[in-house]
Design a protein around this ligand. Structure first.
Ligand code: SF4
Length: 351
């Protein structure tokens, strides 16, 4: 009997284990799960009829009972100064999310969104201005990468969950998507090249540590004292630096992995010698990497990028610390590649 289209279950987003369980549930051989998984996440097909190594009967059965919902490309913008491309994707319910594709030598990174909008409301982030619409499903998250890989010549080697949304507030779907992308029948991105970046959701950091995932963890630090961090990342009031650092120490001890701290350098706000000293004292001998990112100026916010001499002085000041320090220059600065900005522009065009 055919399922009502309204009540059909969407199988895009199921992990290989979940698909295998589904095959048993409907009385099909488990190996079909591997075939369907590969069609969905590696070949990116949009219709069960395109799964040509399945029998006609099974394809018909799947179409009658299940949905294969997918995201589609709404628009894209390519940088003229480097190979960065920013994509705006539309989902089945008409909402949009952004993803950014960046190339640096052999490393090809895609920055994926995990929510439409974001409830955190960081004061430097365009996504935070939108409020929250909803979490993305694991399928919608994984689809962003599958689609991008179908557009580009250099396939994605690295994934960072740092687009629209706070990944740890959509924990289950983000972990499922990471597992799908990591699977050799999916996009086959190595676990150590998949990074989940959080603004500091403390309970989720403990959960991530306890579940022993092999993906990397990054934390947006952006200020090494609570007063400034409260201003930039309002959830710091709920999870202040002391609690955050305790959770991160727990994670590094348990996982034996280091954490990456992202620090956006903002002119006259968090770029002083005192700020540098605070970072060194806060991170101390923690196994970590500090990634300094000079602020990418845009029309929505009053923050400015520090002058080059200030950035260099700041680097020298934190360089003496025992942890690794790197500097990330913004990619695709001519297309405002920071998350949320293409979305806002597109929405204004449609208003
Ligand atoms: S920076 Fe991240 S956590 Fe903060 S508002 Fe933007 S999307 Fe949300």
């Amino acid at each position: 009997m055919n399922a009502n289209p309204e009540t059909k279950r969407n199988i895009k987003g199921l992990t290989l284990e979940q698909l295998t369980a589904l095959m048993s549930e409907i009385g099909e051989k488990p190996f079909h799960a591997r075939q369907i998984f590969q069609w969905m996440y590696q070949k990116g097909v949009r219709d069960f009829q395109q799964m040509t190594n399945l029998s006609t009967d099974l394809r018909k059965r799947l179409s009658e009972s299940f949905l294969l919902s997918a995201v589609t490309l709404k628009t894209q913008e390519a940088s003229r100064i480097d190979e960065t491309v920013k994509y705006l994707f539309e989902m089945a319910d008409g909402l949009f999310v952004e993803s950014v594709y960046m190339v640096e030598a052999k490393r090809v990174t895609v920055c994926l969104s995990t929510m439409v909008g974001c409830p955190i409301g960081c004061s430097y982030c365009a996504t935070g201005m939108m409020g929250t619409k909803r979490n993305l499903t694991a399928g919608e998250i994984a689809d962003q990468l599958t689609l991008i890989n179908s557009f580009v010549k250099k396939p994605v080697t690295n994934v960072v969950f740092m687009g629209m949304g706070e990944p740890f507030l959509n924990y289950e779907n983000v972990i499922s998507a990471a597992n799908i992308l990591n699977n050799e029948l999916g996009s086959a991105v190595a676990a150590k090249k998949i990074t989940i970046s959080t603004c500091g959701i403390v309970p989720a950091i403990y959960r991530f540590a306890d579940e022993e995932h092999r993906f990397k963890l990054a934390v947006s630090l952006n200020a090494a004292d609570d007063t400034k961090r409260n201003e930039l990342i309002p959830i710091n009031r709920k999870y202040p630096l002391n609690d955050l650092m305790t959770a991160i120490k727990y994670y590094t001890r348990k996982s034996k992995r280091r954490v990456t701290f992202e620090y956006i350098l903002i002119k006259g706000f968090n770029d002083s010698s005192e700020d540098a000293r605070r970072i060194v004292s806060l991170l101390g001998s923690l196994p970590c990497k500090l990634n300094l990112i000079p602020y990418n100026e845009n029309e929505h916010f009053g923050y400015r990028q520090p002058d080059e001499t200030v950035v260099n002085r700041f680097i020298r000041e934190v360089y003496q610390a025992p942890f690794t320090v790197t500097v990330r220059r913004s990619k695709g600065s001519d297309i405002s590649a920071a998350c949320g900005q293409l979305y806002i522009r597109e929405r204004k065009k449609n208003e």
